[in-house]
Design a protein around this ligand. Sequence first.
Ligand SMILES: Cc1cc2nc3c(=O)[nH]c(=O)nc-3n(C[C@H](O)[C@H](O)[C@H](O)COP(=O)(O)OP(=O)(O)OC[C@H]3O[C@@H](n4cnc5c(N)ncnc54)[C@H](O)[C@@H]3O)c2cc1C
Ligand SMILES: NC(=O)c1ccc[n+]([C@@H]2O[C@H](COP(=O)([O-])OP(=O)(O)OC[C@H]3O[C@@H](n4cnc5c(N)ncnc54)[C@H](O)[C@@H]3O)[C@@H](O)[C@H]2O)c1
Length: 475
Amino acid sequence: MGKNMIKTDICVIGGGSAGLSIAAGAVQMGADTVLVEAGKMGGDCLNYGCIPSKALLTAGKVVRTWKKSPEFGVNYGAPEVDFQKVHDHVKDVIADIEPHDSVERFEALGVKVIQASGQFVDSKTLKAGDVTIRARRFVIATGSRAMVPPIEGIESVSFLTNESVFDLTDLPKKIIIVGGGPIGCELGQAFRNLGSEVSIVEMASIMPKDDPDLVSVIRDRLENDGISLLEQTKVLSAEKSSEGVILRVETNGEERDISGTHLLLAAGRIPNLEKLNLEAAGVKVERQGIAVDKGLRTSNRKIYAAGDVTGGYQFTHMAAYDAGIIIRSALFRLPAKVSYNAVPWVTYTDPELAHVGLSETDAKKQGVQHKVLNWSFADNDRARAERRTEGKVKVITSQKGKILGASIVGLQAGELILPWGLALSKGMKIGDMANVIAPYPTLSEVSKRVAGSYYTESLFSDRVKKIVRFLAKFG
Ligand SMILES: Cc1cc2nc3c(=O)[nH]c(=O)nc-3n(C[C@H](O)[C@H](O)[C@H](O)COP(=O)(O)OP(=O)(O)OC[C@H]3O[C@@H](n4cnc5c(N)ncnc54)[C@H](O)[C@@H]3O)c2cc1C
Ligand SMILES: NC(=O)c1ccc[n+]([C@@H]2O[C@H](COP(=O)([O-])OP(=O)(O)OC[C@H]3O[C@@H](n4cnc5c(N)ncnc54)[C@H](O)[C@@H]3O)[C@@H](O)[C@H]2O)c1
C-alpha cells in the first residue's frame, strides 16, 4: 500500500452536521473512520447557518425587549446598536461552540481527518488532496449552498448569501432579501430589530411550508415591525445603483423598482455535488439532490448520503437523524429505515413557529379523515403576564383522537413542540395530552387545553347535563 493510500471501514465526505455525527458515532463504536472536509469543520450550521442566525436574532430581540420595557413600567433610553460588536458577539458564539466540531477533537476521538476536497475515482475509491482512500462504505454529506435564482443582471450586482452575511461589520441601511422562507424571515426580522430598513420579496407566500393560519401571525408581526413584505412578487431584474442595488419587481402584473444598500439571497438551496465526480462512483442524482432509498443508500449500495445533499428535510436535527440510520445500517447491518411521521421544525422568528407531523393541508391533500383542534395563547394566563398573547396552537387528530400533527405559533413555540413529537412517535391519543397535569401558570398549558378541547362538545353536552342531574337525585 502506497504512503498516501488509506484503507478504512468508513469514509465520510463533509464535516457538517451529518458528517460529524456519523464520524463521531462510527469511531466511538470501533470503526476505522476517515473524515474528508474541504472547508470549515462544523459546516453550514456552525459557521454560516443555525448558530450565527440565532445569535444575530438574539441581539435583535434584546433591542426589541428594551424598546418594549415601558409596557412593564420600566424606562430606559433609546437603545444604541454597535454593529461591529454585534458581529463580534456572533463570531464569539461560533468560537465558543467550535472546539466541539474541531479537527483536534475528532482526531482525539480517533478519526483520521483530511482537510481537502473529496472526489471519487471509481466506485470504491476517493481522492482528497494527495491522499487516496479505499473504504468499505462511503457517506456523502457535502451539504448545500444558497441557490442564486435566475434573475436578469444578478451576476453584475454584489449580493450576500448565508456564507457572507455574518461577516458584515456595518449594519446594512436598507437590505432587500429575496426569499421569504425561514432564512429570509429570521434574518429579515433580526436586521429590522437592529435598525435596518428591510424588504422581503417572496414569489409565493412567506413560509410556504407552514400552516397559513399560523403564518398569518408571523406576517402581522413582521409588518408591524416595519418590514416591507412583498409577497406574490417576482423579481424581474437586478442592477447596480449608486446606493447599492435596484431590483425591478412585479406584483399582480404591476412593475416597480425597489432599491437597497444590500441584497441578500435566501431563495432556497442547491446540493453540493459538482466536485464529487459522482458518475465515476455510480451515484445517481435527481433534481433535488442525491437519490437515496429509505435506508439512505444511493444507487451504489456501498455509498450512503445524508443531510442537505439529499434535498430532503434540510435541518440539522434531520442530518443527525440520518446519521443514526446510517450507523445502524453500515456498522451493524441492521435494516434501518427513515420514518418521517414525526419530523419537527421551528422557525425562530419572534414569535416562533413550530411544527411536527401531519399538517391540516397535508391531511386534506392525502384525504386523511381528521379533526382540527385550535387554542389561543390569549386564553393562557402566563402569556398574559408576559404580555405575549399573540399565538395559537393547532392540532390534527384522527377521528378517534390519535395525534397526527401539531403546529404552534407563539412565545417559546420551539420549546413547546417537543411533547407533541413524543406523543406522535409513541402513537399517543389526545386523551394522553389532555390528562397530563400541567404546572400553572406555564405556556405548556396551551397543549393541555387544546387537547382538552377535543372533549368539550361531548363533555358539556345536554346528555352529560342530564346524567349529572339524574345522579344528583340520589343524594
Ligand atoms: C442561515 C441558515 C440558518 C439555519 N438555521 C437552522 C436552524 O435553526 N435549525 C436547523 O435545524 N437547521 C438550520 N439550518 C439548516 C442546517 O444548517 C442544515 O440543514 C445543516 O447544516 C445540514 O448539514 P449537512 O451536514 O448536510 O451539511 P453542511 O453543514 O453544509 O456540511 C457539509 C460540509 O461538507 C463540506 N464539503 C462540501 N463538498 C465537499 C467535498 N467535495 N469534499 C469535502 N468536503 C466537502 C462543506 O465544506 C461542509 O462543511 C440553517 C441553514 C442556514 C443556511
Ligand atoms: N429555523 C430553521 O430550522 C431554519 C432556518 C433557516 C434555514 N433552514 C433550512 O434551510 C433551508 C433553506 O432556507 P431558505 O429560506 O433559503 O429556503 P426555502 O426553500 O425554505 O425558502 C425559499 C423561499 O424563497 C422563495 N423564492 C425562491 N425563488 C425566489 C425568487 N426568485 N424570488 C422570490 N422568492 C423566491 C420560495 O418561494 C421560498 O418561499 C430551509 O428550507 C430549512 O430547511 C432552517
